[in-house]
Design a protein around this ligand. Structure first.
Ligand code: BEZ
Length: 211
């Protein structure tokens, strides 16, 4: 069955370009992003891995570890990383899982045979410090992902994990947030001392609490 939000991220051990990894141990107490690629030495994947390498400081700032996976073997990954670094002008510093037996790909339901034969589609899993799945995304092979959006979701997830707010459409770090319906009107002033405005009884905005 497909993994759902709130499920525990299945643990696994795998060979990676940075050595063997036990996923849960490797994640430690922080956040994680596991993202899959159809195949090594393919154009869109090459740009994606380069894009992630270039924003690796943004993931570190958010205490997020990044782990890529493709079903090709380790030697292939190592050669491909040289190409990525050369063509995308970056240094891939995060591990890539070699999954020729599709062990991890099957565990995370990353192979969609009606879309791509025997290759992983472009899946993304965001995993919280509690090892629970916080976000899933599935993109087709022809569409490179927008990693600024992954950072934006991480900002929202990390904010809402600590404060009783949600984030509206197209929200980005620094924008006003929405007070969740579970907060009673009478509790709003104490919980949101920066102020609030109620557009409707169910639509209450407040400045971002952690800014
Ligand atoms: C690509 O990364 O460009 C790609 C990979 C598999 C199928 C189609 C495109």
């Amino acid at each position: 069955m497909a993994l759902r939000l709130g499920d525990e991220a299945p643990n696994f051990t795998a060979e990676t370009t940075a050595g063997p990894v036990n996923f849960h141990e490797w994640l430690g107490q922080g956040w994680g992003v596991l993202f899959s690629h159809p195949k090594d030495f393919t154009p869109v994947c090459t740009t994606e891995l380069g894009a992630v390498a270039k924003i690796s400081d943004e993931f570190k700032k958010r205490n997020v570890k990044v782990l890529a996976i493709s079903v090709d073997p380790l030697d292939s990954h190592k050669g491909w990383i040289n190409d990525i670094n050369e063509t995308q002008r970056c240094t891939v510093g995060y591990p890539i899982i070699a999954d020729p037996e599709r062990k991890v790909a099957n565990l995370y339901d990353m192979i969609h045979p009606n879309a791509l034969d025997n290759m992983t589609v472009r899946s993304v899993f965001v995993i919280g410090p509690d090892k629970k799945i916080k976000l899933t995304l599935t993109y087709p092979a022809s569409t490179g992902r927008n990693f600024d959006e992954i950072l934006r979701v991480l900002d929202s997830l990390q904010l809402t994990a600590k404060h009783q707010v949600a984030t509206p459409a197209n929200w980005k770090d620094g924008d006003d947030c929405i007070i969740v319906p579970a907060v009673k009107d009478e509790d709003v002033p104490a919980k949101f001392p920066k102020g609030h405005r109620a557009v409707k009884p169910y639509l209450r905005y407040t400045p971002q609490p952690n800014r």
